[in-house]
Write a protein that binds this ligand. Sequence first.
Ligand code: ADP
Ligand code: MG
Length: 573
Amino acid sequence: MPIQLLPEQVSSQIAAGEVVERPASVVKELIENALDAGASQIGVRILQAGQKLIEVVDDGRGIPADELALALTRHATSKLSTAEELSRVSSLGFRGEALAAIASISRLTLISRVENSDAAAQIQVDGGVAGEVKALGAAAGTQVRVEDLFYKVPARLKFLKSERAERSRILTLLTRYALAYPEVRFSLEMEERNRLHTSGNGERREVLAALYSPELARRMIAVDADYGDIKVSGFISPSDVTRANRAQLNFFINGRWVHDLALSSAVVQAYRGLLMVGRFPLAALFIELPSQNVDVNVHPTKTEVRFLEADQVFSGLQRAARRALLAHTPVPNLEPGLRWQAAPPAAESFPQDEASQAELELAGEDAPADESRQAPLPHSEVPLLRLVGQVGLAYLVAEGPDGLYLVDQHAAHERVLYERFQAQRQQVESQQLLEPQTIELSPAQSDLLEGELATLGELGFEIEPFGPNTFVMRAMPTLLLGSDPEAALRVVVEDFEEDESPLEAERDAKLIARVCKRAAVKAGQRLSTEEQQALLSDLEACKAPRSCPHGRPTMVHLSIDLLETQFGRRGAR
Ligand code: ADP
Ligand code: MG
């Protein structure tokens, strides 16, 4: 085949791949256009997670009828005219690619009216082929409707995640813009349901409440620092509010959300000494710097930036965060200990005098374990243990027929709870709460929770939707009684958020494991002798007592042999 120039339509479709990766990318470009047009209200409507319809309506300055066709042409932009201007762009868009790219792979309708014109104009593009411009009546502003996204490039469809995952991306995206532009009124409707609504009153903390929860929004620490060329403002979480990954660290450079690991590290560094290993804070931080000091033209999606003076930016950010954090003196938080739930059924089948049993076995050297005495514990892989005590508020020390056992109290309790749940699998006992608890979540969290209500129901949580982003919990598993119902639910939901792609098949087991992890006693909790005793007996009764549901060991064994070798007794004999 001879070399030939690709037809415009084909090259657009190829280029579209860089800009439009998924439905959320379309939403992003359209929102940025609306913001660049100075909109004070932006409404987004989504059907079938964006594959069927993405509609963005704004009240911005609009596009004149005679420029409508041009707006959909590649490399056509009103935001830039010389390469020199590229070094100081202040608009979100500037490449003139988005509309053309989107139009080349979908059916796009663009309707717009500039303020002082008496009619709006409409143009439709089908897979890159534009129709005529028609006049019609519409409000001032712009309306973009994208239907059947990717119908021209079906290969793309295969790479999309589940609808729920796509929806959650769109929601995350919108909340980011809502945070960055608190003076703009955003609304998001997905699958005919209202998912997000901001007032546009300029109050960032209010947007935070919509993004996370009202409670968390109240607790977030304000950051406000001015270092001349670099200004940092926004919010960071107190050190006791953390997540298992960096997903909730949001950064905006001159109003643009950016993905930048160095910025995340700078903030995480600001928490040095205050966070547990593997935990990360939450942040919504806005960095303002002269536009010529930052290059946003790194990638077509414009979410990566390069700084002229990177070190200054990072150290400024870190300093601002650290100061805010230290100025906010944390109140020591003494958690009321989780009440231990003794389990009568398991205790019944258990020999009463396990202490004497263990002693008996220890008495004679190589005394064969008394099989008959252990019979009530059929699948047990651990021998009877005699409790010695608790060390470091984290481990139980016990004596067995063959040496010393150190039991991790958290891992052990996780295992115990997990097996009890599994045993009751078909009908988990649940207990009505005396007072039903209402719980308010962020829109993203409520979306996730809604998808799991059935499974949680099987696990004994009776939860129902109760108004927008609010749920009411009427019952919880009896096994978890004693823990704060709201806290229990919140941590489970937070775990959903952190779980990117749960395997359907393992869902239930994973969910149970999570609930147990959260409900189990923690390291650092003092247990009474009875509680320690009960935990040991319960562990002995487990089918797989040696590891927690996540695979970590519940106990370490120091055998008599090992002890003797260590103390030099072996050689002497
Ligand atoms: P860019 O945003 O990089 O300029 P786009 O393809 O996204 O490129 O948009 C092309 C042009 O169409 C913009 O420069 C702008 O003039 C116009 N435009 C697009 N969307 C809107 C909107 N919502 N309101 C007003 N003008 C718009
Ligand atoms: Mg644009």
